[in-house]
Design a protein around this ligand. Structure first.
Ligand SMILES: NC(=O)c1ccc[n+]([C@@H]2O[C@H](COP(=O)([O-])OP(=O)(O)OC[C@H]3O[C@@H](n4cnc5c(N)ncnc54)[C@H](OP(=O)(O)O)[C@@H]3O)[C@@H](O)[C@H]2O)c1
Length: 252
């Protein structure tokens, strides 16, 4: 295992840090010695997480924002620049699914998925790259994508799968842009299968949670955070492009 030492004292922004995967990633990055900026809508959860991190000797900033609001996202970056100088590690994790089908779903649900899963991820990526360029043209972008970005998972959730297919395209397109610019900034996606978080309840309500997470032992948020640490700790010449991470007993 390579060392996390070169990231110690550097600045990570984690979107969707109020729950699930984002919270676990933020905790592991803080434990590894990075300063962590936390964003999501639920301010009290971010404050509680920031307080826990500080109690453990880490540095954290709670910066609530709705990812659908570009001005609010830009303000998050402005606050980080003012406090810590800019972002070195961008964890694009905020995301959600809605059940709304392609045949008769609500446009508002498609728009919400697109704005959070694709557009906010792209805005945060652009802003973080600006910071990384100003801070020595290094740094790392990590998108939390999904197995749904690699195959269409079933006969529902099609729009969600389309947003994650978009993330797959954006990951490779960014890698190509950065190569063309001869940049040392790395980009990586991590594509989990079923992870036991609030995701299923947000997607389908409390009734689907047991069905979603009860069929086999699911991944836990810290399993995904481990993959983030693995990607970050590769030496500078080695770039992980994607990690497909399924529960052992997940069929598809
Ligand atoms: N769980 C799975 O099985 C699974 C599998 C593959 C990929 N993923 C991906 O993993 C990522 C994290 O999901 P999770 O499983 O940890 O789900 P989760 O527990 O529901 O957490 C989702 C996070 O996204 C944030 N978020 C949602 N809408 C937002 C908005 N409009 N503005 C700002 N933040 C928003 C939520 O914060 P607030 O509600 O406080 O705003 C929350 O912190 C997502 O991109 C998801 O697609 C999950």
């Amino acid at each position: 295992m390579q060392s996390i030492d070169r990231w110690k004292g550097r600045v990570a922004l984690v979107t969707g840090a109020s729950a699930g995967i984002g919270r676990a990633v933020a905790e592991q990055l803080a434990d590894a010695g990075l300063k962590v900026a936390l964003t999501a809508r639920r301010a009290e959860r971010l404050e509680a997480l920031a307080a826990r991190i500080r109690e453990r000797g880490g540095e954290a900033l709670a910066l609530p924002a709705d990812a659908r609001d570009e001005a609010a996202l830009l303000d998050v970056f402005a606050r980080i620049r003012a406090e810590w100088g800019g972002v070195d590690v961008m964890i694009n994790n905020a995301g959600l699914g809605r059940m709304d089908s392609l045949c008769d779903g609500e446009t508002a649900a498609w728009r919400e998925m697109f704005e959070v899963n694709v557009l906010a991820l792209s805005i945060c990526t652009r802003e973080a790259i600006g910071d990384m360029r100003a801070r020595g043209d290094a740094g790392q972008i990590i998108h939390i994508s999904s197995m749904a970005g690699h195959r269409v998972p079933g006969d529902s959730g099609g729009f969600y799968a389309a947003t994650k297919h978009a993330v797959k395209g954006l990951t490779e397109a960014l890698r190509r842009e950065l190569r063309a610019a001869d940049s040392a900034i790395r980009v990586c996606a991590i594509s989990p299968g079923m992870v036991e978080t609030e995701f299923a309840e947000v997607m389908g309500g409390p009734d689907i949670v047991e069905e979603a997470y009860g069929r086999f032992p699911c991944l836990q948020p810290h399993d995904v955070a481990d993959a983030v640490l693995f990607a970050l700790t590769r030496p500078p010449h080695s770039q992980i492009h994607d990690i497909l991470l399924r529960p052992t007993r997940q069929p598809s």
